[in-house]
Ligand binder design. Structure first.
Ligand code: PLP
Length: 371
């Protein structure tokens, strides 16, 4: 099997698994309990918090553990909205992940929603944000890396504009963390979402970075965990596994980035001569993510043909793979329906090899040339 759908999820790293095991059956205490056995779990959670914070240049008290990217996005936007004295406008882009888009829609009864269109290259420009800024912006949420296209957004410049207009700035960095350097101080974001399973950590755990002083209320009520801001018993093995995976990624980031970029370049070179276009290909990019449109083909059929050859890829985003509707991301960048229908996403990671790339290239050539 060749796995080339790393933007959907990644393999759990060996080191992360090893780090997680003791917290399942041996040291399984509830970190909120005061006795020695449970204090060990508490210490492990706090150690993980410090490690995660260091990886993104944050302070430990600015990291809040969650159940993943979806919860982090929900909490960031709903929590910031709850903290506002009066509702106003939420500004987001038209090609955010559904975890952001649906969260914003859920607030639409009392809040106004503004969707900034990206360019055909898959970028939300500062000019577009300025041009679409409403009179009463309270929250601006623009992702760091798009999950279907891999394009990187000028988050620092977008955040500066949001702040100048008095709004809180959130970025969904789920696809970026562990793949490109992320420094919350340099980016000057107020809120940032991350998810462990996108960078070699376990599924069902993530974090929200909350810059000190950012007004944010809890959006789930319950216990006093996470400094009283995120209720629920901490997923100790998951948190420890996430911190281990992130540390591992950050320690090898530059080498991995160059290696994965070389794999992606080699694949594109192998596909030369085939009738396809790369979406968002000229913009700054995640290293291993390729969105390729084969007009006249069905992305879903390509996916299944590749599957029969033992190769896992995706059509558009993972969440859209089972739907036949046109991806909102591809629509947002103005792709015509024929090209959109024939779009696949190949996402490579450091686990992949040049042999994988050769096999993917050969498989695609065979399918497309013999259609
Ligand atoms: N945001 C982005 C950009 C994503 O790609 C994903 C997952 O695909 C999510 C949020 C949701 O993350 P999770 O699967 O951890 O809920």
């Amino acid at each position: 099997m060749i796995y080339a759908d790393n933007a959907a999820t990644t393999r759990l790293s060996d080191r992360a698994l090893e780090a997680m095991l003791p917290w399942m059956q041996d040291a399984y205490g509830n970190p909120s309990q005061p006795y020695t056995f449970a204090r060990r779990a508490h210490k492990a959670v706090e150690g993980a918090r410090a490690a995660v914070a260091a990886c993104i240049h944050a302070e430990p008290e600015e990291i809040f553990f969650t159940s993943g990217g979806t919860e982090s996005d929900n909490w960031a936007i709903k929590g910031a909205a709850l903290a506002c004295k009066t509702p106003g406008s939420i500004v987001t882009s038209a090609f955010e992940h559904h975890a952001v888009l649906k969260t914003c829609e859920a607030l639409e009864r009392t809040w106004s929603l503004v969707h900034v269109p990206p360019t055909p290259e898959g970028i939300v420009t500062p000019l577009a944000l300025l041009g679409n800024m409403p009179d009463d912006p309270r929250i601006v949420s623009i992702m760091l890396a798009n999950n279907e296209l891999g394009t990187l957004q000028p988050v620092r410049a977008l955040g500066e504009i949001a702040h100048k207009h008095g709004a809180i700035f959130h970025t969904d960095a789920v696809q970026a963390i562990g793949h490109i350097p992320v420094d919350v101080k340099a980016l000057q974001v107020d809120l940032l979402s991350a998810s462990a399973h996108k960078f070699g950590g376990p599924k069902g755990v993530g974090f929200l970075y909350v810059r000190k002083g950012t007004p944010l209320l809890p959006y789930a009520d319950g216990g006093a965990q996470e400094s009283g801001r995120r209720a629920g018993t901490e997923n100790v093995p998951g948190i420890v596994g996430m911190a281990t995976a992130l540390q591992e990624r950050v320690d090898t980031l530059e080498d991995c980035r160059m290696y994965v970029q070389a794999l992606a370049d080699a694949l594109l070179a192998r596909l030369e001569g085939l009738p396809f276009r790369r979406n968002g290909g000229n913009a700054a990019h995640l290293p291993g993510l390729l969105s390729l449109s084969f007009p006249g083909f069905q992305g879903e059929a390509l996916l299944h043909r590749m599957d029969l050859m033992g190769i896992c890829i995706s059509t558009g985003s993972a969440c859209d793979s089972r739907r036949t509707v046109m991806s909102h991301v591809l629509r947002a960048i103005g792709l015509d329906e024929t090209a959109a229908e024939g779009t696949i996403r190949i996402s490579l990671d450091a686990q992949n090899t040049m042999e994988d790339v050769e096999a993917i290239g050969e498989a695609l050539k065979k399918i497309v040339r013999h259609a």
